[in-house]
Design a protein around this ligand. Structure first.
Ligand SMILES: Nc1ncnc2c1ncn2[C@@H]1O[C@H](COP(=O)(O)OP(=O)(O)OP(=O)(O)O)[C@@H](O)[C@H]1O
Length: 255
């Protein structure tokens, strides 16, 4: 593994590793500058809520963090490693803002959720009982167990979004990046989902970065003062030091 992070002399506290580092990052689409000279660090066990008006650049920022866009200037590191060398993508779950499957896409809901367990290299690995159990757990948490055998392309937009969330959760990644994850989802599933991810943040050692337009929910969960801003984008952060929870399935997190 390539790493040139040898200068980091940070605290030995295990929960304070840097997960995402943006160092003087700028981004332009042709001649429109969207992100300007922005530096920010997300630490292990942070929950970062990202708020900002339409067009402020939130999605652009997230797409840079997952390697889909390259900064025009500046550097990004993931888990301490320069993003161009980073290969450990299965540690990161990403749910983009708008997901839509072609109605003819042949995979079933179960197959799509199971695909979250493997990196591209491992897609042909045999799926055992343990993997099926994790998949059932994720399906049940997102209330789509009854849709498991259906073709994903034939579901409604909100149902498809729940499948994407189940896929992102099934592997319990170290870092989950969510771009307005609950748009189009009914109120009960939305409330359950927030309970779940805030529990996972507090007790399962996960780090979250989530774009939301729900300022009330963000302030209630993360406090009313943003820690940082980037143009019209504001970053609310809460760090967790709570006790880890020994239960490994997802369902218990709903309560
Ligand atoms: N592919 C693209 N090509 C050119 N300009 C783009 C592209 N994608 C986004 N933009 C522009 O960049 C700016 C930031 O867009 P972005 O999608 O990052 O904003 P956002 O904060 O996520 O907005 P929203 O809340 O509406 O999702 C906007 O002015 C947008 O028009």
């Amino acid at each position: 593994m390539i790493s040139d992070n040898s200068t980091d002399s940070a605290s030995p506290a295990i929960c304070h590793d840097n997960i995402i580092e943006l160092d003087r990052v700028s981004f332009s689409y042709k001649d429109q500058k969207v992100i300007s000279d922005f530096s920010f660090i997300v630490k292990e066990r942070d929950f970062v809520g990202v708020i900002g008006s339409n067009g402020a650049g939130k999605t652009t920022l997230l797409r840079m963090m997952v390697g889909l866009l390259s900064p025009t200037e500046g550097q990004i590191r993931l888990f301490g490693e320069p993003i161009r060398h980073f290969r450990d993508w299965e540690r990161i779950g990403y749910v983009p803002q708008k997901n839509a499957f072609n109605p003819l896409f042949p995979a079933t809901v179960r197959e799509v959720v199971l695909s979250g367990l493997y990196s591209n290299k491992k897609v042909f690995r045999r799926i055992g009982r343990e993997e099926q159990r994790k998949c059932d757990d994720a399906l049940e948490v997102m209330r789509i167990g009854n849709l498991a055998g259906k073709r994903i392309g034939q579901l409604s937009g909100g149902q498809q979004q729940r499948v994407f969330l189940a896929r992102a959760l099934v592997n319990k990644p170290d870092l989950l990046i969510l771009d307005e994850p609950t748009v189009g989802i009914d109120a009960q599933t939305q409330a359950d989902f927030f309970d779940l991810i805030f529990h996972m943040h507090a007790h399962h050692h996960m780090t979250f970065l989530m774009v939301s337009h729900d300022i009330g929910m963000i302030e209630e969960q993360l406090g009313s003062e943003p820690r940082e801003s980037c143009g019209a984008i504001k970053f609310y952060v809460r760090h967790s030091h709570e006790q880890d929870c020994a239960i490994s399935d997802l369902k218990h997190s709903l309560i």
